[in-house]
Design a protein around this ligand. Structure first.
Ligand SMILES: [Zn+2]
Length: 352
């Protein structure tokens, strides 16, 4: 347990935001040193580095552990990890350097003992989309029957996450002098009518529920002055869709009328692994054996690197320790849960 905490602290001390190449090199070197006796494949895509430790196979795995070592920016004091009230504080303690430390030490302990291909994937760009880390490795042929990413889930099994669509909506009007608005056709008012219909279709829930949500994130017109009727307006929507709505979202919005145009700016797939998946069952058993409680399956609004695996047909879940305050000024991990997490994954790896 001390080994896990010491390694986690060493990683937390480095300000490894995805733009800090020096700190990212340092965290990767800490991991390489820890696993210097193990086979390693190094990847680099547009200066983004990632690692894949492996025992036998170099491409097709039964199990891959996936951890990201990049973090979101933090106050300086968050790079000085400390323990207090049975909690480990510091940036990345919860999301997800502590889980990474567990995965590294589990790989060290078990990868030469298990009789199946087992990989440990360490990436450095999850917080900015994972395109040059996890996704790049997958493009190079890396596959697994089942992937566990150590994202913070409070020891619950997260088997579904929402997909993302960024949509630009455009309305057109006719410009005119602001004193003669009847001579023009105001594109913002047209947009307003569209937005009212959109709000009815996707009202904002008042708490976390498993449904598709739409955030109106930006409104824009080419107008540079107030005394003019705008002849164009665009609205940016950040849509987070549940896997069940995958093919319906755009169609539903298109049905809202014919006085606007749509442009898809970004589409990122959802992550979904069926709860009957045998590895989910085995992980649930391990959770029960270690904690004496039934495993809880959850769905999460935020996306993770697992969507890249889902896209090529590989199943997986995110599963991590208990804590709070990820991406905040007060991030911590529950120390008891770190030990449980280690034991659950150890149990899982030896029983599959
Ligand atoms: Zn994370």
């Amino acid at each position: 347990m001390n080994q896990v905490l010491n390694l986690a602290k060493k990683l937390i001390e480095k300000p490894s935001t995805s733009d800090n190449k020096k700190a990212l090199d340092e965290v990767l070197n800490i991991c390489k040193k820890e696993l210097s006796d193990f086979d390693l494949k190094e990847f680099e895509e547009e200066k983004v580095k990632s690692l894949l430790f492996f025992n036998t196979s170099t491409e097709k795995f039964k199990i891959i552990f996936n951890a990201h070592l990049d973090i979101v920016s933090a106050k300086n004091k968050q790079y000085r990890p400390f323990e207090k009230n049975k909690k480990l504080f510091g940036r990345g303690s919860y999301d997800m350097k502590t889980a990474a430390a567990c995965m590294i030490l589990l790989f060290k302990e078990l990868s030469k003992k298990v009789n199946y291909p087992f990989g440990l994937q360490l990436v450095t760009d999850e917080e900015v989309g994972g395109f040059k880390g996890t996704k790049y490795q997958i493009e190079q042929g890396i596959r697994a029957d089942f992937v566990i990413a150590g994202e913070n889930t409070d020891l619950k099994i997260n088997h579904k996450s929402k997909g993302i669509i960024w949509l630009k909506v455009k309305t057109k009007g006719i410009s005119a002098h602001g004193a003669y608005p009847w001579l023009g056709d105001n594109a913002i008012w047209k947009m307003q009518k569209f937005l009212a219909r959109l709000e009815k279709l996707y009202p904002i829930p008042n708490k976390e529920v498993w449904c598709t949500t739409v955030n109106l994130s930006m409104l824009d017109t080419p107008n540079k002055t107030s005394n003019k009727v705008p002849d164009a307006c665009s609205a940016f929507l950040d849509i987070r869709y549940i896997p069940e709505d995958k093919d319906k979202v755009i169609a539903n919005i298109e049905k809202l009328g014919d006085d606007f145009g749509l442009e898809i700016v970004l589409k990122e797939p959802e992550h979904s692994t069926d709860e009957s998946n045998p590895y989910i069952q085995k992980l649930s058993n391990s959770i029960r054996e270690v904690t004496n409680k039934d495993a809880e399956l959850v769905s999460k609004p935020g996306a993770s690197d697992l969507r890249h695996y889902n896209r090529v047909g590989c199943d997986g879940v995110t599963f991590g320790i208990i804590g709070d305050g990820h991406h905040s000024d007060n991030e911590w991990a529950d120390i008891k849960s770190i030990k449980q997490y280690y034991n659950i994954l150890e149990n899982f790896l030896t029983k599959i």
